[in-house]
Design a protein around this ligand. Structure first.
Ligand code: NAP
Length: 426
């Protein structure tokens, strides 16, 4: 009989877990089915979906945001990693029992040690963030023999509380914590791990360049197309060993699979297959990454940017529109222009969405300049129209700009593919 598994979350449509577990099942000859379950945003949605899945004969689940805490609470047996993380990312159903595990930290350790070939014993680690991902990583890192971990968090008190709670469980690993701005100037780390969700906002935790030891690795648990803002910051600080969290995702999936099925799939084979299908990208000597943008991603980004600008223009009262800053290099001028439009709409969420898209577009525009010169005249025209509140004409200019960029996307992408350096910049 086919055994049933699933990943549960909200939203969940983007999840790569069904694909990854499908590859594992195929490679190990397991008769299993793996579904996506969106438990929605309503209170009680997780408990209802869990009960329904168990009633239908489900054997186990992966759990992702925002249900990791509820998953732990639903279990009557939990591993030490899940208890200390305060969250579960995998469940197994055995008769009446719900068992909970948290494999995120173990997946991280395996990705770093096996896929990225960085032995962790004796290392000094800077861990950015003090949320669930950090909690889940601490014990597995200590077990791997890390000598020291310093937790730096935006809210210093959260890092300090985490240190007080978990230091007694850290074996021989020294644990300290504080604010992001309180790193001592002489302190250097072999591994800097970003476990904040800052990249999702297009933001970067402010890590000083001196924090990276020579030969250090920068690792972002978040992944998206191309380098995250944190990885770009590390690259600008001269760090050559960069990795995002795609490998961690595959490794934690393999741990869950082994827990459910009693056999661990070969993740190298799965990673190579995922790379072959373009789901992830293999950078020789560097590991596996979320893929660089494709031509259609670039076109989609411009389409998104155009829509955001239209919404902002519709929402902003015309007299409020003005160019706030003095003209500067072309890219910056354009960003200031669009940021001004979004900010004038007075909707924080729109401003944040705009900032994120602009951050993604910034390195693409650097490549665009190799394909076509930045159209300074058009930028100047848009600035004038904005300054005088001529919204209808400005909208037409915005459309012309974005249509031009979308048409140029295949050429931009071709340049990016040809030049490894350009892709690294993304
Ligand atoms: P969380 O519990 O919500 O914690 C978020 C952390 O990020 C907090 O420490 C928060 O600081 C910090 N933060 C948020 N925005 C920031 C900003 N703009 N600047 C500086 N710090 C900021 O989230 P989580 O569960 O720990 O997850 C963190 C990330 O890891 C998520 O993006 C998640 O997708 C990723 N993750 C990846 C994998 C994988 O398999 N690759 C697995 C697990 C998690 P404050 O305390 O000051 O608010």
């Amino acid at each position: 009989m086919t055994d049933r598994y699933a990943v549960i979350g909200h939203p969940i449509a983007h999840s790569k877990s069904p694909l990854i577990h499908g590859l594992f099942a195929q490679a190990t000859g397991q008769d299993m089915r793996y579904d996506l379950i969106d438990a929605g945003a309503e209170p009680g949605g997780f408990a209802r979906a869990l009960a329904a899945f168990r009633a239908a004969g489900g054997r186990g689940m992966n759990v992702t945001l925002p249900f990791k805490l509820e998953a732990l609470a639903a279990a009557d047996v939990a591993s030490a990693d899940a208890r200390l993380a305060g969250a579960a990312n995998a469940l197994r159903f055995e008769g009446e029992h719900v068992q909970a595990q948290n494999f995120d930290g173990l997946g991280l350790v395996r990705d770093i040690e096996v896929n990225l070939a960085l032995p962790l014993a004796g290392r000094h680690v800077l861990l950015l963030g003090a949320g669930g991902a950090t909690r889940g990583a601490l014990l597995p890192l200590a077990r791997a023999g890390v000598a020291r971990i310093h937790i730096a968090n935006r809210t210093a008190a959260k890092a300090e509380a985490l240190v007080a709670e978990l230091a007694p469980h850290m074996r021989d690993c020294a644990l300290s914590g504080g604010g992001l701005d309180a790193l001592a100037p002489g302190e250097v780390f072999d591994l800097v791990l970003n476990a904040t969700s800052a990249s999702l906002d297009g933001a970067t935790p402010p890590v000083p360049a001196h924090a990276f030891a020579p030969g250090a690795m920068a690792y972002d648990m978040v992944y998206g197309r191309g380098l995250t803002p944190f990885l770009r910051l590390a690259q600008q600080a001269g760090v050559a060993r960069l990795a995002d969290g795609v490998g961690m995702l595959v490794e934690q999936a393999a741990e869950a699979f082994a827990w459910w099925r009693g056999m661990r799939p070969d993740t190298r084979e799965a990673l190579a297959r995922l790379a072959g299908e373009g789901v992830i990208e293999h950078r020789p000597g560097r590991g596996y990454f979320a893929p660089s943008p494709t031509a259609s991603d670039i076109a989609d980004l411009y389409e998104l940017h155009r829509r955001l600008t239209h919404w902002a223009l519709d929402a902003a009262p015309a007299p409020a529109l003005r160019v706030a800053e003095a003209p500067s290099p072309a890219d910056l001028r354009l960003e200031i222009l669009y940021a001004t439009i979004a900010a004038a709409a007075g909707a924080d969420i729109l401003t944040r969405a705009h900032r994120r898209v602009m951050l993604q577009l910034r390195p693409i525009r650097a490549v665009e300049r190799e394909v076509q010169p930045a159209d300074l005249e058009q930028i100047a025209r848009q600035e004038r129209l904005l300054a005088t509140g001529r919204v209808a004409e400005l909208r037409a200019e915005v459309d012309a700009y974005h249509d031009g960029r979308r048409l140029a996307a295949p050429a931009v992408f071709a340049v990016m593919r040809r030049s490894g350096q350009s892709i690294e910049r993304i």
